[in-house]
Design a binder for this molecule. Structure first.
Ligand SMILES: NC(=O)c1ccc[n+]([C@@H]2O[C@H](COP(=O)([O-])OP(=O)(O)OC[C@H]3O[C@@H](n4cnc5c(N)ncnc54)[C@H](O)[C@@H]3O)[C@@H](O)[C@H]2O)c1
Length: 323
């Protein structure tokens, strides 16, 4: 970890202490809960360290980049009896939370099908792949919508995945990742879900995170969620910073398309705020929270790996995946 960067951040937010050593921070007696939001391939060591010290953990999605690491984390948490949750921030984006409530209230009836697709610019995909070539748009981004569907379907197991992809600019940049991936997921009760992702739109595309559309089809109702943010346009000659990419600006932006949320008047608003507050209320007051369990996160990881496998082999893939 970069100690100088940690120092700068500490000064900015008025932190009581900082260090370039994860373990030193996690071990401090006044630290009683740990959020791991390191890059995708760097979750394992800090999560295991916190579990070993008996401290509850919120780790950002994906729980890991392979099933073996996910299983190590789950086994360690079970053995230590430590609370572990995984941050899939779509669950705490209000439009999805409210959709979940409609499903829970039975207003759409039995879900028989659904669709979701998410678009983003190649600038973010290239940053993700640059950190870890296994953090593909499917494993790292479509995973939110796999988790969302699994959450809405309340534990109905996924039975089969069939997917197709097409390579383009991401491959030209040296990565074994598709520009476009489309998948059909069939659940054990026959529910069919169509999921798609393209994180290869032009570098200055106005989405600064997720531009999405989600549709839920039930026997007694239907939910259509236009989450592209095309209704929140801003253009400025001054340039708008990207939420993740330090040197990236765009002139046209879909406001509120950044996945974690947005700063406004000195406060951070949005899914990550809601999610963090729900987790802290859960820990401190025992309130229920909707954050993914590690088992749910493993299921989402397995589904995304199955999608990649189906694209690579051209065949339908039956779950569970052989390890
Ligand atoms: N929930 C959301 O809305 C959301 C949005 C984006 C990313 N994410 C997830 O959050 C995680 C981080 O994503 P990001 O885009 O911020 O990544 P990033 O790589 O831009 O930032 C991660 C930070 O962790 C630091 N870091 C990396 N390895 C470390 C280590 N071993 N020890 C300590 N610090 C380390 C990096 O220096 C960097 O400051 C990923 O798992 C990603 O998938 C979630």
């Amino acid at each position: 970890m970069d100690a100088a960067q940690a120092g700068k951040l500490a000064q900015k937010v008025g932190a009581q202490f900082h260090s370039g050593d994860n373990l030193e921070v996690i071990s401090r007696p006044e630290v009683d809960a740990v959020i791991v939001s390191t890059s995708e391939g760097e979750h394992l060591a800090p999560v295991l360290a916190a579990i070993k010290l008996g401290k509850p953990v919120l780790v950002e999605k994906p729980i890991a980049l392979n099933l073996a690491d996910a299983d190590r984390i789950i086994a360690a948490a079970d053995k230590a009896g430590v609370s572990l949750r995984v941050g899939y921030s779509r669950r705490y984006k209000e439009r999805y939370l409210i959709a979940k409530e409609q499903v829970v209230q039975g207003r759409v009836g039995k879900i028989v099908g659904a669709g979701a697709r998410v678009y983003n610019s190649r600038s973010q995909a290239l940053a993700m792949l640059g950190r870890n070539p296994h953090a593909t748009p499917v494993v790292d981004a479509l995973t939110y919508y796999v988790d969302l569907m699994n959450w809405l379907l309340a534990g109905t197991p996924l039975a089969e995945v069939y997917a197709r992809g097409q390579k383009g600019v991401l491959k030209a940049a040296g990565y074994d990742a598709d520009d476009v991936s489309w998948a059909i997921l069939t659940y054990a009760d026959g529910t069919v879900v169509n999921l798609g992702v393209s994180y290869a739109l032009p570098a200055k595309y106005p989405a600064l995170g997720h531009a999405a559309r989600v549709e839920v089809l039930g026997t007694e109702g239907v939910i259509i969620l236009d989450d592209d943010h095309t209704d929140q346009l801003m253009y400025t000659e001054k340039g708008i910073p990207h939420v993740y990419l330090p040197d990236h600006t765009v002139n046209m932006v879909f406001l509120q398309s950044g996945t974690p949320g947005d700063w406004a008047l000195g406060e951070f608003w949005g899914p990550i705020t809601n999610e963090t507050r729900a987790w802290l209320d859960h820990l401190s007051m025992g309130r229920p929270c909707a954050l993914a369990t590690p088992q749910e996160a493993r299921i989402a990881l397995e589904a995304t790996l199955a999608i990649e496998h189906s694209i690579a082999t051209g065949r339908a893939v039956t779950l569970p995946l052989a390890q």
